[in-house]
Write a protein that binds this ligand. Structure first.
Ligand code: DC
Length: 234
């Protein structure tokens, strides 16, 4: 059976990555978390003192892009790929609240987006990919056979993220997390280059009141339907 490209976009903490990972595994596809790439660039900028007052029009960040090597390496135990920044495993560091605080601003930089989008398009050349992010269905793969736009209320999303951070031992309050979620929504949807919006032909998927199993089943069925119709067309 031919393979398809699955693009999953949506607001932060909608649970995109959990469901995208599960879907990729069930289909035998590669899963790519593009947020991890923006987060790794942000971590690099933080580690190298490149984040000051000015973030969006900062030549130092743009100049340093050639020194940033991003790589996804498959972890056999976890059964998904993890992010390596210049050869170092950074999965934990890129999920910290500090990186979350700056990542939307870094993602506003045109040159950062151009570099990462180019890498993403290369990764998906052979299809058989589930990619999640903000601009996958609109910019990276506008011809993806299945596009999903995930949403959930900001309160539900903040609560999920809050629990996740507590589990990781981060000291945060629910209010801090809610503020971060709301501010990222604002920046992600209003930025000049590739703002978050529903792609043409995307399915809106509100998972505010849906458990993981139900989400997975619904998306898996969408994918199966697309695959079946593809088979029928040949
Ligand atoms: O999905 P996430 O929360 O890990 O994404 C982190 C940030 O990166 C988010 O604030 C928006 C940005 N992002 C983006 O602009 N485009 C993408 N394709 C993925 C993430």
């Amino acid at each position: 059976m031919g393979k398809i490209t699955i693009a999953i976009d949506g607001y932060s903490s909608t649970g995109k990555s959990t469901i995208a990972k599960q879907l990729a595994k069930a289909l035998g596809y590669v899963y790519i978390d593009t947020g991890a790439m923006y987060r790794a660039v942000t971590l690099y900028a933080l580690q190298n003192g490149l984040i000051g007052e000015q973030i969006d029009d900062n030549p130092a960040i743009v100049e340093s892009l050639s020194k940033i090597d991003l790589e996804f390496r498959y972890n056999d135990t976890l059964e998904y790929s993890e992010m390596y920044l210049n050869g170092i495993h950074v999965e934990k560091e890129i999920r910290s609240l500090e990186v979350s605080r700056y990542v939307s601003r870094i993602a506003e930089i045109k040159e950062v987006r151009e570099m990462l989008v180019g890498m993403q398009q290369k990764m998906g050349q052979g299809r058989g990919i589930v990619m999640d992010g903000r601009d996958i269905g609109t910019v990276v793969f506008p011809n993806a056979e299945l596009k999903v736009f995930m949403t959930a209320s900001p309160e539900k999303r903040a609560y999920r993220r809050y629990k996740e951070l507590l589990d990781k031992g981060e000291k945060v309050t629910y209010e801090q997390v809610l503020k971060n979620v709301q501010s990222r929504d604002r920046i992600d949807s209003s930025r000049e280059f590739s703002p978050l919006r529903k792609a043409e032909g995307a399915i809106t998927f509100d998972n505010s009141d849906m458990g993981l199993q139900e989400q997975f089943e619904r998306l898996y069925n969408y994918a199966k339907r697309v695959l079946e119709s593809k088979k029928g067309a040949h």
